[in-house]
Design a protein around this ligand. Structure first.
Ligand code: HEC
Length: 256
């Protein structure tokens, strides 16, 4: 097309006032420079996809997902942890002015401002500049967001009690508990069951499992009456006869 003469322009001289049909040419008009979508292009796509698929398959086989014990809805001591990419939002809820009575700040206002700002960015930062150094607001806020997300994620990892988390999710040996045993009846009627669970499996954050601890009957008697480390004293309240039955039963389970 010849330039200038005879052409009509709208405001921007790069845009011709005459509308041309917007239909792309057929690929056969570019011999040697394009390829057919089917099957050439799709075959390449499929090959790349297959490489990733097999790669992920190998990864999942090499690193099986870390399973914890079966979830227990009555267990109020369990401290859940979100996946790593949500850790920064999780961490935000631990500070004084974003938790408790200020929960709304940590859950709605601050994340809302951040994500709202992201959506408004194209309307606020409207200059023609494309270099990051010429767009101080956009670049500044982006760096600020990166720094905040990085810091909060790091803090969340640092603050989390990983040892306790491993303990609370541990898959403990399922042991057959004879609920008809005389010792079990004492156990169930005493306070023990409240902290050590119906099947002596323990309750996270409250009391450990009593299976396989290796305590002798004498030790159990002492623990039940005098307490043990963080366990309070006088947990047992009953006759000496019952205490014997309880101690025999618990130490029997302690051997398993
Ligand atoms: C208030 C909750 C609570 C009650 C009630 C309670 N325990 Fe415990 N028990 C604990 C805690 C917590 C520990 C772990 C103490 C520690 O290691 O710091 C524990 C530990 C034990 C241990 C030692 C376990 C080990 O890992 O070595 C035994 C045995 C035991 N308890 C038996 C009993 C018996 C028997 C009763 C009932 C008479 C009872 N407990 C009642 C909280 C409780």
């Amino acid at each position: 097309m010849h330039r200038g003469k005879g052409m009509k322009f709208v405001g921007d001289s790069r845009v011709s006032a005459e509308r041309k049909p917007n239909i792309p040419k057929d690929y056969s008009e570019y011999p040697g420079k394009t390829e057919a979508f089917w099957p050439d292009f799709l075959l390449k796509e499929w090959l790349v996809g297959a490489v990733f698929l097999i790669g992920f398959l190998c990864l999942t086989i090499a690193h099986p997902s870390p399973l914890e014990r079966i979830a227990d809805p009555t267990d109020t001591g369990y401290i859940p942890l979100p996946d790593w990419y949500f850790l920064f939002l999780y961490q935000l809820l631990k500070y004084t002015y974003t938790s408790g009575p200020y929960n709304i700040l940590g859950t709605v206002v601050i994340p809302g401002l951040a994500f709202g700002g992201l959506m408004l960015a194209p309307f606020i930062d409207r200059g023609p500049e494309r270099r990051p150094s010429k767009r101080p607001f956009a670049t500044g806020f982006m760096l600020l967001a990166f720094a905040a997300i990085f810091y909060l994620t790091w803090q969340a990892v640092d603050m989390h009690d990983w040892a306790a988390a491993e303990q609370q999710g541990k898959i403990t040996k399922a042991v057959e508990v004879d609920k008809e045993a005389e010792g079990y009846k004492v156990y169930a009627n005493q306070s023990c069951i409240g902290c050590h669970g119906e099947n002596l499996e323990g309750k996270s954050g409250i009391g450990p499992a009593l299976v396989g601890t290796g305590h002798t009957p004498e030790e159990v008697k002492e623990i039940a009456t005098k307490g043990y480390k963080k366990m309070p004293a006088n947990a047992f309240d009953g006759s000496d006869e019952d205490l014997d039955k309880l101690a025999d039963f618990v130490s029997e389970m302690a051997k398993k």
